[in-house]
Design a protein around this ligand. Sequence first.
Ligand code: IMP
Ligand code: MG
Length: 174
Amino acid sequence: MKIKDKSFKILIQEEDLQDKIAQMAEAINNDYKGRAPLFIGILNGSFMFVADMMKHISLPSKVSFIKVASYTDMKSSGSVKELIGLSENIFEQEIVILEDIIDSGTTMSAVIDQLKARGASSVAVATLLLKPKALKINLDIKYVGFEIGNKFVVGYGLDYDGLGRNSGAIYQLK
Ligand code: IMP
Ligand code: MG
């Protein structure tokens, strides 16, 4: 597959993604039996994962989405991550974050901190993909679909320069 100047080859077939997502959902259904966590997907990349995951979730759960905006703070001269679009009151709410990929972990770390700061009673993470060698922050990730190498991937919601999200499989840079 070619996107702009880059060539990609298949990494995870559509069928394998779907099987794994069903398994992850089963684990969540078992772990949260009798409870009703709020599922929060992180846009844009997670839209396919959330859609497919939620079809297998049998808990009486709500689903919501947030975006994470990064900007540079002049005072701290660091990158600040702001959550956009969370309208629910999450005070004393159990939360399961649904994310497409965790790379360095900085995005996820900021999301977890801010959800906890708003009073969430628990925050668990389910990520379809994890790049263990890229992880720079110690994160407790409860549900991981696939651990992958440090190569750039696209498809199934993930993009290269905005393109490639509309593919049922995942491809890695050649
Ligand atoms: P982190 O903050 O470094 O963990 O990066 C997480 C975000 O970077 C993800 O939500 C993706 O949007 C993006 N990202 C990281 N690795 C890839 C990749 O291989 N392909 C596409 N997007 C990626
Ligand atoms: Mg993402």
